[in-house]
Design a binder for this molecule. Structure first.
Ligand SMILES: [Zn+2]
Length: 86
């Protein structure tokens, strides 16, 4: 169950676009439907709020240079993008 519109990230410090530790908070509301025997079935789960708390680059160990990027921006490539750090 992945919410739509999850952004992509890029670390401007090392050029990483694939490895991030993402911390999110999510509030959900759901209908808990129990049988008489006590078996639970969760129905109608709704995401009330979804917040990205922190995005940390796995290689740098911090998120100070991590930026959100538009979907599709990666495919076009960027002139001067740091593909390798000297
Ligand atoms: Zn990095």
């Amino acid at each position: 169950m992945v919410p739509v519109g999850i952004p992509r990230y890029r670390c401007d410090s090392c050029g990483n676009v694939t490895r991030f530790d993402v911390t999110t908070s999510q509030t959900t509301k759901a209908f808990h439907h129990y049988t008489v025997g006590g078996e639970l079935e969760i129905e109608e789960a709704t995401v009330l709020s979804h917040h990205v708390d922190e995005v940390v680059c796995r290689w740098c160990g911090h998120g100070r240079s991590v930026v959100e990027i538009e979907a599709g921006e990666l495919e076009h490539g960027e002139p001067g993008a740091p593909s390798r750090t000297p």
